[in-house]
Design a protein around this ligand. Structure first.
Ligand code: FEC
Length: 311
């Protein structure tokens, strides 16, 4: 049989254990070790949510398996899925090496994040492409899939369901708002005409329209702890304004992420939730996509389309 087309599924990565947090954080900071205070602060966030288990690893494994199954259903025997993580083992380069070792000559890269930014998806792809070139593998990158109809359908269903739950718990007729959010990035992405913000707004507006929600806003979350300015407003500020404007509840829809991990389980479920309580406003979060078959089909169809165009 012809060698398979390799599919490099990339995700952010998470430490392997509590002892691995320092190495992971150092990698995120491009080789600069965190100060003891920074390390303690990050460790305490992991402690609060995971208690020794790092859900992103298992979630990424399951999504990679789900994508392999969806590809096998659509094109039996044609694609082989490999994993490459941005900040943890197996690193992106390890994934490309594994494809090379299996004799793969053609590969497609896709990130478990629907929106393109040069600082997010772009940097995954640069690393993957460089390694693929060194290994003599033809490489095709998927840049984004933020408006794929099945992705929107999966998110619409989640927003509808959670909105109904929120409405039931706040009482009939109370004003509610949907807050779509994604990981903030440094403001300087605007200077290079990065499509990140525009794509996030496009997803938000398609999902709001599909769910029949007219009162919604996009806001940022999880901004980095650096000196440079990051895109705002942050969700904590937005919650305060929303409460002050008289809303009884908000539905948090972190559409920039596709599974449960620190940025959702801590930044939304613990930090934003505590702020909402303090402000006396109800906060409910949508379920994350995980291995929803509509999301797996979104990935599989996007990969197949890229494969047909490139090879
Ligand atoms: O559950 C986990 O273990 C990992 C959760 C996690 C995800 C995630 C996704 C994104 N990040 C993005 C950008 C940045 C930039 C910096 C940055 C820093 C961190 C730190 C942790 C962390 N990120 Fe992350 N990110 C996750 C976790 N991220 C921990 C370090 C401590 C902190 O700042 O909070 C700043 C780097 C620097 O200091 O120079 C920029 C973007 C995404 C969404 C797209 C994607 O998934 O790739 C963008 C999940």
């Amino acid at each position: 049989a012809d060698p398979k087309i390799g599919v490099l599924v990339m995700s952010y990565g998470t430490p392997e254990s509590m002892d691995g947090i320092e190495e992971y954080y150092t990698h995120i900071r491009r080789g600069h070790a965190p100060t003891p205070e920074q390390l303690a602060e990050l460790t305490s966030r992991y402690d609060a949510v995971v208690g020794g288990v790092f859900p992103l690893r298992e979630n990424t494994n399951r999504q990679a398996e789900g994508l392999q199954a969806a590809l096998d259903a659509a094109a039996p025997g044609r694609y082989a899925v490999y994993q490459g993580l941005k900040h943890a083992r197996p690193y992106i380069e390890d994934g490309v090496d594994a494809m090379g070792a299996d004799g793969v000559r053609q590969a497609i890269g896709i990130v478990l994040a629907p929106h393109y930014s040069s600082m997010s998806v772009g940097s995954y792809m640069t690393r993957a492409r460089e390694r693929a070139e060194e290994r003599g593998i033809a490489f095709q990158a998927v840049e984004s899939y933020h408006l794929h109809p099945k992705l929107i359908e999966a998110l619409v269903k989640r927003v509808r369901d959670a909105y109904a739950e929120l409405a039931a718990s706040t009482g009939a007729g109370k004003p509610l708002k949907v807050l779509f959010s994604a990981h903030s990035l440094p403001v300087r992405i605007r200077e290079i005409g990065d499509p990140y913000e525009e794509q996030l707004l496009a997803t938000s507006s398609a999902v709001a329209e599909g769910a029949g929600v007219s009162d919604w806003q996009f806001t940022w979350q999880s901004a980095g702890r650096t000196r440079e300015p990051w895109l705002g407003p942050d969700i904590l500020e937005t919650l305060k304004e929303t409460a002050e404007a008289g809303y009884a509840g908000v539905l948090s829809a972190p559409i920039g992420f596709v599974s449960e991990h620190l940025e959702v389980l801590y930044d939304i479920d613990i930090e934003a939730q505590a702020e909402a309580k303090r402000l006396g406003i109800k906060l409910v979060r949508i379920d994350m996509l995980g291995t929803d078959s509509l999301y797996m089909e979104t990935l599989a169809e996007t990969v197949e389309q890229a494969g047909r165009a490139a090879f």
